[in-house]
Design a protein around this ligand. Structure first.
Ligand code: NAP
Length: 311
């Protein structure tokens, strides 16, 4: 079994930041990432509110820079390796993945979230055939076509704005009559000709082998309408990737987000959490980075000064 001082689960902004701080303070640091580095940040076409980039930066470019910084300090980043179990074992943690077993003195969980699905007819069947959860990844397939975006948060608004440069027509539907997204996005959508349908729900996605249309329901008037579209981008929120942590005894809230104190400590000794997987209601790259710094500094203290940290 490989031995590490610090294992970080997830290579999004929180995981990579924890890696930089962990390795730079001298801890042997391994990051395990179930997909490719970046998490949902890599899906963001443009980040305008992360300090230090006045012109904005794409999610991919920001992650690339963080990865380079990890490399510089000797962090080992292993992609396509999903953590299945965390087990406490004689005061250290055993981390089990589909590929191996590792021991760690401290663990930082930065496993982020995954896309929530709607569960409407046609959604699963036509996934990848016009149904998408990532405008940046799949938007270019819809050049000159008509697309529908579902959701009222920042992700839905940003997706609609991004798609307005590619598609011939962008419709956004939201189940209420007010967006959850920041107002700046609504103004931008208006300027770019995105048509917003309020109080509107998606009931069905139609098409034999690819998306051809949708059935919409107006929950105020009760009206049911059909709309021809070529693509459906679903952006209705996230679900935390915390199952393995919960099974290890880490405390989560009702929705599955990991509960930490202000030093990012979970209820389990030597286990910290940072970023979107935590119950912090502000899901921003900046907050994820800040939490990860606190988590890594605390993890360093836990590993190097156990007499102090373990009482
Ligand atoms: P979100 O803020 O949770 O918004 C999810 C949206 O989907 C809400 O408008 C919600 O409607 C709607 N929704 C949820 N379940 C639905 C259902 N079953 N049917 C129809 N609509 C449904 O999620 P997000 O936009 O993915 O953002 C996640 C987090 O990342 C947020 O904290 C967000 O601020 C952050 N983020 C920030 C930025 C940025 O700062 N630029 C960019 C992207 C994401 P209701 O409003 O009615 O609840």
């Amino acid at each position: 079994m490989e031995r590490w001082s610090l294992i970080i689960v997830g290579a999004g902004p929180a995981g990579l930041t924890a890696g930089i701080y962990g390795a730079r303070s001298g801890l042997d640091t391994l990051i395990l990432e179930e997909g490719m580095p970046g998490g949902s940040t890599a899906e963001s076409p443009r980040i305008e509110n992360y300090p230090g980039f006045p012109e904005g930066i794409s999610g991919v470019d920001l992650i690339e820079r963080m990865l380079k910084q990890c490399e510089r300090f000797g962090v080992e980043v292993r992609s396509l390796e999903s953590v299945k179990r965390l087990v406490i074992n004689d005061g250290t943690w055993r981390v089990e993945t589909g590929k191996g077993r590792y021991s760690a003195e401290a663990v930082i969980i930065a496993s982020g979230c995954r896309h929530r699905t709607l569960g409407v007819p046609g959604e699963e069947r036509l996934r990848g055939m016009g149904v998408s959860y990532c405008a940046l990844c799949d938007g270019p397939f819809f050049k000159g076509r008509k697309v529908l975006v579902v959701g009222g948060g920042n992700t839905a608004a940003m997706s609609a704005i991004y798609l307005s440069n590619i598609a011939s027509e962008v419709l956004l539907i939201h189940r209420r009559e007010k967006l959850r997204a920041e107002r700046i996005y609504l103004n931008d959508m208006k300027r770019r000709g995105v048509k917003v349908l309020w109080n509107t729900e998606l009931k069905e996605i139609k098409g034999d082998v690819k998306v051809e249309g949708v059935t919409l329901y107006n929950n105020k008037t009760g009206e049911v309408t059909e709309e021809e579209v070529d693509g459906v981008f679903i952006a209705v929120g996230e679900i935390p990737n915390s199952e393995f942590a919960r099974e290890a005894g880490v405390r989560v809230d009702r929705e599955g987000y990991i509960i930490t104190d202000q030093l990012q400590r979970t209820n389990m000794p030597g286990v910290y959490a940072a970023g979107d997987v935590t119950s912090c209601p502000v899901k921003q790259i900046g907050t994820a980075v800040g939490q990860a710094i606190v988590a890594a500094v605390e993890a360093y203290g836990y590993v190097e000064r156990p007499y102090y940290y373990k009482g």
